[in-house]
Design a protein. Structure first.
Length: 149
């Protein structure tokens, strides 16, 4: 129990610290737009930090589960962060005009982050690496179609 509580405390503290760096862009939008911008900026930072651990740039393997958990925040209802009327920011209009394709991309991200959480629980470096790659691919695939340059 103690490890689980400490892990969640790490996720929350690290997420709060990292989210602050996304607030400058988020101020250009409001409400759900600001929330999704900050959340995605936070996801990006967690993915980058997990990548640094994977590459051996820092010896923080104990943090991988917390980064994986942070990448899961909001993943299962990502589409809900893009309601009609929240157009703008870095979101392309295709999010709404091609909503089925966007929902599929969001589902791919959710599945990839769930697999990453499972991989970190197993502790197998190869599985963690493959899962991190899948999360990165899910992010990149969605951004190619739905994020403005």
């Amino acid at each position: 129990m103690r490890g689980g509580s400490l892990g969640m405390a790490r996720v929350l503290a690290l997420s709060a610290a990292l989210a602050g760096s996304g607030l400058a862009f988020a101020s250009a939008t409001s409400g759900v737009g600001a929330y999704r911008s900050t959340l995605m900026s936070t996801w990006s930072r967690h993915l980058k930090l997990a990548g640094q651990i994977r590459k051996g740039e820092v010896d923080r393997k104990g943090d991988l589960a917390a980064h994986a958990a942070a990448l899961r925040i909001g993943a299962d209802d990502l589409v809900a962060l893009f309601p009609k009327g929240s157009e703008g920011g870095e979101a392309r209009p295709e999010i709404w005009s091609k909503s089925s394709a966007f929902a599929e991309a969001a589902s791919t991200y959710a599945a990839a982050t769930a697999a990453l959480v499972k991989a970190t629980e197993g502790g197998d470096d190869a599985a963690i690496g493959a899962a991190l790659d899948a999360v990165g691919s899910a992010c990149g695939g969605c951004h190619k179609q739905f994020k403005a340059d």
